[in-house]
Design a protein around this ligand. Structure first.
Ligand code: GAR
Length: 205
């Protein structure tokens, strides 16, 4: 029974539309059995993801580096917030800030990220959102996809957990490619990875 089982408390960090957050919320009780979406944190006050959290009844808050006075203050506040909420797993779901090695070191194998390409292609600093798909189209790849990986001190460099390839079509724009990769890969892989890691953390795998 879901309610009787111990579930890993996960926080989802977002910056934008939050379709990956929505996929996680929708997977509760089906693909996701061993994790609870306990908190949503946005670094962007205007992120539509905040509305998705509210609609799902998940506590959500905004932490803005600009308002807090910089990246270090942001990470301090984030750390404090996560500890206060008893968070055990962090999911970066369209979170457009690179976390410092200090931060990632404290949460080793407890941070996941979804990247909209087949790592190690089109990754690292500057490769986020539509830019990833622009780069893939400019290079002329015939396959792209998504990757869910652990986050370490190297941007997009942590151990790969799951990947799924998606076809690039001849008349794709960055927007059409992004949409296909989200639908065929990201929204499926991220819930699966959260469940996989939650089970690992609970010592069941
Ligand atoms: C997603 O495609 C995600 O993979 C990407 O941004 C989009 C966020 O969409 N993330 C990165 O590029 C991180 N490097 P969403 O807000 O609708 O989930």
């Amino acid at each position: 029974m879901l309610s009787a089982e111990r579930r890993v408390r996960a926080a989802v960090l977002v910056s934008g539309g939050g379709t990956n957050l929505q996929a996680l919320l929708d997977a509760r009780g089906s693909v996701i059995q061993h994790a609870e979406i306990a908190l949503v944190v946005s670094n962007n006050p205007k992120a539509y993801a905040l509305k998705r959290a509210e609609a799902a009844g998940v506590p959500a808050l905004i932490l803005s580096a600009r308002e807090l006075g910089g990246a270090a203050a942001f990470e301090d506040a984030l750390e404090r917030t996560l500890r206060e909420h008893g968070i055990e797993l962090i999911v970066l779901a369209g979170f457009m800030t690179i976390l410092s090695p200090d931060f990632t070191g404290r949460w080793e194998r407890r941070i996941l990220n979804v990247h909209p390409a087949l790592l190690p292609a089109f990754c690292g600093k500057g490769f986020y959102g539509l830019r990833v798909h622009e780069a893939a189209l400019a290079r002329g790849v015939k396959l792209s996809g998504a990757t869910v990986h652990y986050v370490n001190e190297i941007p997009d460099g942590g151990e790969i957990l799951l990947q799924k390839a998606v076809e690039v079509l001849p008349d794709d724009t960055p927007e059409t490619l992004q949409a296909r990769i989200m639908e065929q890969a990201e929204w499926k892989l991220l819930p699966q990875a959260v469940e996989l890691v939650a089970e690992k953390l609970l010592g069941q795998k």
